[in-house]
Design a binder for this molecule. Structure first.
Ligand code: NAD
Length: 315
């Protein structure tokens, strides 16, 4: 089926799906948005509520629909599934969410869908790999939101500490979107100035303890938010909006999306987040950025955990 470049769908209209829909409405990237949920009334209610904002946004048709309505989409975002309850890890969701994902992918592949699948449901790396395997689509067309959100959290904390615009901070969180993720401190910089040097320049040196505290703050951020308000959704909505924009506008931006690895960093048979070029083809290239020996080992360890999780669900 011919892909409509101005049409997107969101499957799962809970906190995350509805927030992404709101972000899409604000961005004006799409002229059609279809909301799909097992709870049809929830999708209808969200479509009605969002449509009320249209006079103050760019023209867009927002409807609740089914799988027959979304086969021509350029982008399908999958957020269907259970979210973390206080104290639960993302990997704890694996059983429930793999079952839901299988149903969703079955419905999509039963139609002639030619666009890009963007998985957001957790555990996102395992589910992205499952979506790729189950769909049989080429790897460029199946990506996960990965550590794009975690990377934003790191940039934000560093920007705040240094009193600079977080958009000038260049640093990545890579690996699992979850407990085994790591910060790539070795390549971190602020507008091209090595992070360590920049901290000295600002009279606020960064010692090992503080780096560890910042990393833990990023890694545990979702737990802290969930403990206070029950779910996380605005940050991920901004991250998904950014990924969608890179695809729709063919930006070829470097983002740590979750992607199928085929030998990069010596890893294969899994999805993991590493910096990749994102453009109109979805995943355009996985980049092998320089890592310190310690970072390489931490990435390998994160990969082992993902491979175990993948094996545990028989993929
Ligand atoms: N990747 C990230 O960075 C990130 C960030 C936040 C949340 N999440 C994940 O996003 C997912 C959704 O979280 P949430 O807070 O919106 O949960 P939620 O419970 O508010 O919403 C989930 C929605 O999925 C729907 N759903 C369930 N099964 C479905 C199916 N088979 N088909 C269509 N819809 C179905 C439910 O009816 C519900 O509306 C969770 O897995 C959560 O962990 C990911």
């Amino acid at each position: 089926m011919k892909v409509n470049p101005r049409k997107a769908a969101i499957i799962g209209c809970g906190f995350v799906g509805a927030s992404i829909a709101f972000r899409f409405l604000q961005q004006g990237l799409f002229s059609q948005l279809v909301l799909v949920d097992v709870n049809r009334e929830k999708a209808e209610g969200e479509a009605m509520d969002l449509s009320d904002g249209l006079p103050y946004a760019e023209a867009m048709e927002i409807t609740a629909g089914g799988y027959d309505d979304i086969a021509d989409c350029a982008l399908i975002v999958i957020t269907a599934g259970a979210n973390q309850k206080p104290g639960e890890t993302r990997l704890d969701l694996i059983g429930k969410n793999i079952a839901i994902l299988k149903g969703v992918i079955g419905e999509i592949t039963a139609r002639d869908f030619g666009g890009i699948l963007l998985v957001v449901s957790n555990p996102v790396d395992v589910l992205t790999y499952a979506a790729w395997k189950l769909s049989g689509y080429p790897k460029n067309r199946v990506i996960g939101s990965g550590t794009v959100l975690d990377t934003a959290r790191l940039k934000q904390i560093l920007g705040e500490k240094l009193g600079v615009d977080s958009r000038n901070v260049h640093a990545f969180i890579v690996g699992e979107h979850g407990d085994s993720e790591l910060a790539v401190w070795s390549g971190a910089n602020v507008s091209g100035v090595d992070l360590d040097q920049f901290c000295h320049l600002r009279g606020d040196p960064l010692d090992h303890e503080e780096m560890e505290r910042i990393y833990q703050g990023v890694r545990d951020s979702a737990y802290e938010i969930i403990r206070r308000k029950g779910a996380t959704y605005y940050g991920i909505a901004m991250a998904v909006g950014r990924i969608a924009q890179c695809i729709l506008r063919d930006e070829k931006a470097v983002l740590p999306i979750s992607a199928v690895l085929e030998g990069q960093y010596g890893l294969e048979g899994l999805c993991l987040s590493v910096p990749s070029i994102v453009g109109k083809g979805g995943l355009e290239e996985v980049l092998e950025i320089p890592l310190s020996a310690q970072e390489r080992e931490a990435l390998a360890s994160s990969a082992r955990q993902m491979q175990e999780a993948i094996a545990s669900v028989g993929l």
